[in-house]
Design a protein around this ligand. Structure first.
Ligand code: AMP
Length: 116
């Protein structure tokens, strides 16, 4: 838990968000500025700043992010139409929140590059 981290505050229930899933490892909520009709973020409950801080011990947690994303894609009706899973890391990728988050983007056809 990092008290200055907006996603830690959401996980703790100290900041409001549209939470669509939560378990003891991850929390998922709708992006506040959706880039696509479906835009959900899946985040580990433990504060990890970026992929650069990931270790082998996090492999199960990161795999869990993907299985939760698969379930949420189906629940949002985009599993057959298609979706993109994205983790931005560092300034060139445009990472703005320094707590790992998996974007689930779908509900429209996507060009290779999305402008936020
Ligand atoms: P990234 O650019 O990959 O770091 O993505 C950060 C994402 O977090 C952006 O798409 C923001 O719109 C989203 N975001 C920031 N603050 C909030 C919030 N309070 N609730 C939901 N989504 C947020």
């Amino acid at each position: 838990m990092n008290p200055d981290c907006i996603f830690c505050q959401i996980i703790q229930g100290n900041t409001q968000a549209n939470i669509v899933y939560k378990d003891d490892m991850v929390t998922a909520f709708r992006d506040i500025h959706p880039l696509t009709p479906v835009h959900v973020l899946v985040v580990p409950n433990r504060h990890i700043a970026s992929v650069n801080q990931v270790t082998e011990e996090d492999e199960m947690l990161l795999g869990h992010l993907v299985t939760v994303a698969r379930r949420l894609a189906a629940e949002n009706g985009i599993d057959q139409s298609g979706y993109r899973l994205m983790i931005n890391t560092g300034p060139d990728a445009g990472q703005t929140v320094h707590h790992i988050h998996l974007h689930i983007l779908g509900g429209q056809h996507m060009r290779i590059r999305l402008e936020g």
